[in-house]
Design a binder for this molecule. Structure first.
Ligand code: AHM
Ligand code: MG
Length: 363
């Protein structure tokens, strides 16, 4: 990973401050990229601006959690049967509102809403040519205990055969290879927005004093091999044999291959993914006996993060198939997920492959 060079000055009052002029804002960066396309109408840039704006609003409320009434659950369960946190509902509303107002998106698919939400005709502005799928607040059960959470988003074009005035929810069911952009926001010790449009991965840190995302992590590349592995090993006994063997292998001592690897599991996918992206590692949410399709959702968790991982030089797989090539059947579809440093993902796949071959060879 290469970081933009920082130059620091002394404010004279004992605090150091960055010379903000040396950082590019998210908006400047988006516009610069837009200028590279001669036929660009600016619609996509405006869509990203709307997402950035919603992220700042969610960030503002999150930073005051504990002071305003956003702790705890709404008492409702979402379409997945999971308890909905107040902050889940708030983040869903903030993103929906920003996209509705901006007018560039005609259809939203959200983890917090059973059906895709059509937006067309609700704004005077915008061309309404994009579909946005999102997990408004991933890892939200961590909010009440002050642990980092995130937002994940995935952007598709509305295919020509669909009308933007009455968008069919099925228009959202596109494979991950069709994404035009994907990103996440991690509300951590600082707030960062990381995204790709298929031309590398760039990260922006929110400077709360000026309310702008500033380019802090240009052209992020993830190590091919890492030392971290992230999995809920509490479910170890319900993992398939190949995965148990891979986990045992990771924990063997072998200085030549830098083993044992280190466990890091926050239980907040965005945060676990972000750390592993920068440091090198693998995040796994596999199938278990109770959840044969795993827990994470293909359309707004695995696909966007898979796109980012690949763009940073990593990989994403369901253990057998490249995530981005999976054909979706439904908006809230789940998938097992192995994502991160390429060598680690490939090795996980080969352990899984080997034992499934062994199992099928058994008489
Ligand atoms: P959510 O989208 O409802 O927040 O659920 C996804 C979260 C991930 O952030 C996290 O990695 C995983 O669920 C943790 O699940 P578990 O507690 O089973 O390990
Ligand atoms: Mg989630």
């Amino acid at each position: 990973m290469t970081n933009q060079s920082h130059s620091w000055s002394h404010a004279g009052d004992g605090t150091s401050e960055a010379e903000l002029g040396s950082f590019k804002t998210l908006e400047q960066f988006i516009l610069e990229r837009q200028d590279q396309f001669s036929h660009s109408t600016g619609a996509f840039s405006r869509l990203l601006r709307d997402i950035g704006l919603a992220a700042k609003t969610v960030n503002r409320d999150m930073r005051r959690a504990g002071l305003i009434d956003v702790y705890g659950s709404t008492g409702e369960t979402n379409v997945q049967g999971e308890v909905q946190q107040k902050m889940d509902a708030l983040a869903h509303r903030e993103f929906t509102r920003a996209l509705r107002r901006g007018g560039e998106c005609c259809l939203i698919g959200s983890e917090e809403h059973a059906e895709a939400i059509p937006l067309s005709g609700t704004s005077e502005e915008g061309d309404g040519k994009y579909i946005v799928l999102l997990d408004p607040l991933d890892g939200s059960s961590n909010i009440d205990v002050n642990v980092s959470v995130g937002t994940i988003f995935s952007i598709y074009r509305l295919p020509d055969e669909y009308s933007k005035d009455e968008p069919d929810p099925d228009a959202a069911l596109q494979p991950g290879t069709q994404q035009v952009a994907a990103g996440y926001v991690v509300y951590g010790s600082s707030t960062m927005l990381v995204y790709t449009t298929g031309n590398g991965v760039n990260g922006f840190t929110l400077d709360p004093s000026i309310g702008e995302f500033l380019l802090s992590h240009p052209d992020i590349q993830t190590p091919t091999r890492g030392r971290l592995f992230s999995i809920n090993s509490g479910y170890y006994h319900s993992f398939e044999e190949g995965l148990r063997e891979y986990l045992d292998w990771l924990q063997e001592r072998d200085p030549e291959t830098n083993r044992p690897a280190k466990t890091r599991y926050i239980g907040s996918f965005v945060s676990d993914f972000h750390r592993n992206l920068l440091k090198g590692g693998i995040y796994m949410y596999p199938a278990t006996e109770g959840s044969p399709d795993g827990k994470l959702r293909l359309m707004y968790e695995a696909n966007p993060m898979g796109f980012i991982a690949e763009q940073a030089g990593g990989a994403a797989s369901d253990g057998h198939t490249r995530i981005l090539e999976k054909t979706p059947d439904k908006l809230h579809q789940r998938t097992p997920l192995f994502i991160g440093s390429e060598e680690m993902v490939r090795r996980a796949e080969s352990f899984l492959e080997e034992t499934s071959d062994r199992a099928s060879a058994r008489p």
